[in-house]
Design a protein around this ligand. Structure first.
Ligand code: NAD
Ligand code: UDP
Ligand code: UDP
Length: 338
């Protein structure tokens, strides 16, 4: 950067004698799908104290039950659209519903969470001198006209559509991150997350992998939304968490794409789930929702080159791990000889 900016405020914790070796880490949205897996990973390091903040809109205490009562862990019911006063060294800012049915349910709240929530976490980062990582999204590329998507691509986004509360909200959140960085010297990291799946996804959250697995387990038809040729690239959650931690620990602000470049049509995904979970279920084409992106696949050259990160778990390896978790929660054991 050629921009002259004020030095960041030193973290009161980083320089305090008592906490010298420890990092106190805030995870907003910590009771959610990715957030709770991130908390698990961070808690494995005995030098970390983790504070999870969540309003439980789409997350649940259940996802964190193994840490409740642990001396290095704290869970706070809090809505990030309200100011938050805590003392931390790092902030992983995930709070925001990620599934279209939930973020469209109360779009005004979604955009408030993205804009006011991110502003508050940046104000907090500024006050205590913390490094802050935003989980942005591949949706900032909209219905992309470049394929695969590189970080330099500015996107093709409808500003007034039903998805705008989410994708335009995240775009403003990215802008806020960079303005706080340039204006106040805040240390920022931006991850552009591509579709992620794994255990603990909400069973009925409407996202495609959770829908197909739950449908196959229940013996229902898999609902492929028309035309079925649209593509997505699916990253297993442990790979995602690993990428986020590397980005936070590294020297690059990003934005950096974190996702799995393996690209599948929704019809291919349905056929794979059918084959792995229950070959007797039907696949049916149903109506799609407006503004559905036709294709999406990350270019992960930056993540590879700058973070030394790439995903390890293929879709065929990850789907059965998710199936096990869904079977347990739905109380439907796998049939023998299936
Ligand atoms: P999730 O819905 O499981 O988790 C989000 C968490 O944030 C939930 O626990 C929810 O209760 C909490 N939350 C929502 N609004 C809040 C508010 N105002 N105050 C406090 N807590 C609030 O979703 P996820 O899949 O774990 O996604 C986590 C982050 O990753 C989100 O920022 C999402 O935009 C981003 N992301 C996810 C994906 C994906 O495929 N899962 C893709 C791109 C980006
Ligand atoms: N904020 C917060 N926690 C803090 C410090 C600030 O939630 O520890 C909020 C604060 O309420 C404000 C936002 O972050 O709404 C932006 O703070 P900043 O200091 O950058 O701006 P200002 O308060 O001057 O508008
Ligand atoms: N989709 C589908 N069947 C479903 C749910 C979703 O075919 O039951 C399709 C949807 O049309 C989209 C893709 O799967 O093309 C991914 O949708 P999802 O809501 O999981 O994520 P996003 O659109 O945010 O990538």
């Amino acid at each position: 950067h050629t921009i002259t900016r004020p030095p960041p405020t030193p973290s009161p914790l980083r320089f305090s004698k008592f906490f010298q070796a420890n990092l106190r880490i805030l995870v907003t949205g910590g009771a959610g799908f990715i957030g709770s897996h991130l908390v698990d990973k961070l808690m494995e390091n005995e030098k970390h104290e983790v504070i999870a903040v969540d309003n439980y809109f789409t997350g649940s205490k259940d996802n964190l039950k193994k840490w409740i009562g642990h001396p290095r862990f704290e869970l706070i019911r809090h809505d990030v659209t309200q100011p938050l006063l805590v003392e931390v060294d790092q902030i992983y800012h995930l709070a925001c519903p990620a599934s279209p049915i939930f973020y469209k349910y109360n779009p005004v709240k979604t955009i408030k969470t993205n804009v006011i929530g991110t502003l508050n976490m940046l104000g907090l980062a500024k006050r205590v001198g913390a490094r802050i990582l935003l989980t942005s999204t591949s949706e900032v590329y909209g219905d992309p006209l470049e394929h695969p998507q590189k970080e330099e691509y500015w996107g093709n986004v409808n500003p007034i559509g039903v998805r705008s509360c989410y994708d335009e909200g995240k775009r403003v959140a990215e802008t806020l991150m960079f303005d706080y960085h340039r204006q106040h010297g805040i240390e920022i990291r931006i991850a552009r997350i591509f579709n992620t799946y794994g255990p603990r996804m909400n069973i009925d959250d409407g996202r495609v992998v959770s829908n197909f697995i739950a449908q196959a387990i229940r013996g229902e038809s898999l609902t492929v939304q028309a035309p079925g040729t649209q593509t997505r690239s699916f990253c297993y959650v442990s790979d995602m968490v690993d990428g986020l931690i590397r980005l936070m620990g590294g020297d690059h602000t990003g934005p950096i794409n974190i996702g799995n470049p393996g690209e599948f049509t929704m019809m291919e995904l349905a056929e794979t789930v059918k084959e792995l979970v229950d070959p007797t279920v039907q696949v049916k084409i149903v109506e799609n929702t407006p503004d559905d992106p036709r294709q999406r696949k990350p270019d992960i050259a930056k993540a590879k080159g700058l973070l030394g990160w790439e995903p390890k778990i293929t879709l065929r390896e990850g789907l059965p791990l998710m199936e096990d978790d869904f079977r347990q929660r739905l109380a439907v054991p796998k049939k023998q000889n299936n």
